[in-house]
Write a protein that binds this ligand. Sequence first.
Ligand code: FES
Ligand code: MG
Length: 588
Amino acid sequence: MTKNEKPARRLRSQDWFDNREHIDLAALYLERFMNCGITPEELRAGRPVIGIAQSGSDLNPCNRHHIELAKRVRDGIRDAGGIPIEFPTHPTFENCKRPTAALDRNLAYLGLVEILYGYPIDGVVLTTGCDKTTPSSLMAASTVDIPAIVLSGGPMLDGWHEGDLVGSGTVIWRSRRKLAAGEIDEDEFLQAALDSAPSVGHCNTMGTASTMNAMAEALGMSLTGCAAIPAAYRERGQMAYRTGRRAVELVLEDIRPSHVLTREAFLNAVRVNSAIGGSTNAQPHLAAMAKHAGVELRPDDWQAYGYDIPLLADVQPAGRFLGERFHRAGGVPAVMRELLDAGKLDGSCRTVTGRTVAENLEGRAATDREVIRPYGAPLKERAGFLVLKGNLFDFAIMKTSVISPEFRERYLRDGVFEGRAVVFDGSEDYHARINDPALGIDERTILVIRGAGPLGWPGSAEVVNMQPPDHLLKRGITSLPTIGDGRQSGTADSPSILNASPESAAGGGLAWVRTGDTIRIDLEQGRCDMLVDAAEIERRKADGIPPVPADATPWQRLYRQTVTQLADGAVIEGAADFRGIAATPPRH
Ligand code: FES
Ligand code: MG
């Protein structure tokens, strides 16, 4: 559309700016935009008003360069004939928000829903990066269901420390084992961590941020190739411009999230997650996004569709490289191309490009086979999540791409491990007691943590990847089997049993396990049980659910009153009822 052309359809924003029945209201709506220097002629011409949901700020440093990128988004919107309106979203800074940024995902979602619904916005560019910014914005886009497109901020440049690649988060988990074993001192620990963050951008490993941006692309909600471009590369600014342009076209073509976010699109995303060695946090976030999109994504789908997919991307924590090499090798489109050619993707899914997945992937083969492997010669076969159940929980997942050969060798006999439980109530308890010799922790121990789920923490914390006590680390035993009702960082390389639902605080089986119980993990059968008879479990229930901290803020109380379990995405109960609300404009 040229700048003076009018769209065929009356746009949502015209109900504000071009309100012919109530000139007083139109005047009120118009006059304050005038002091941004926008003219009434622009606003009344029926040009698409495109929101730029700005997630970057000093409190969201992983996304902060979106403040710069937004200038190119604006250029794109303007060149395509639209009007950009930029506004802030609630920050969800993963590394810094206490007690966890996960608590704020639903808050950011709520805030964005109110903005997109209650203001004159026809379409929106969702700026994403740090972990929760992708799911919260896509959840909101589905609820409102106006045309929406994701612009990832991209990962930081690769980090280097003393000649080795050091990746976000992963360097912390690896260095703290070295610190505990006495191989490095605190100064070196700190320096390695600082060296892992050499530029603007989000985590440069395939942690939750890179994973969720890849998921947005796999779902068809960003332009092709958007997710993996490093934040500092020139292509990132170009992608910002193209995304702005495309946002205007999406409004004119009326392509909305509900047209893109189908069950097939979510199953594509599940498979891509396995192939990139993606974060276990993709499970609750995809569940939440599916819920708000009105799509059935069952907890068992992770194993049914994702488990058999091989690991193709050699990126930390499951592999060796970081974001720059991954991007240069072809990034997410190259991985998707492998899956498509192997018959593992639904190529017919429609995307925000206006084309199908298969059309988007034409000519997108990998250019560096060391980093992105062919489907037939992967880094690891069957690299998806295992779904487990038993008397400890109805649902939990295990990321198999990070199970090392040593771990299999040490713990698993035909996929079975039996060990003695040592139980911690929250991470304070873990830190206080992990080195206590009285616990008798050895190679046959299973570390259990509870009180770390959505209700317990509150918000669900990344604490399940517990490291063994120092005396085992000094002997070179760097991981023990762990189980918990919390999550683990997407950058962690621990084979933990995570996201257990229902959680202890909701009366799940983890509430009744005691230190000294035997736990049997059977990966072949997909089971995890405490070998405690039912009568004894009933007796223990008289002790009550292990206590959790009181609500510390008003939002914590509201969150706990409304949140579902991790298996179901830890969404706000009932929020999915509001899907498609933009179809009914708010009252004046
Ligand atoms: Fe923000 Fe990892 S902490 S992306
Ligand atoms: Mg995290």
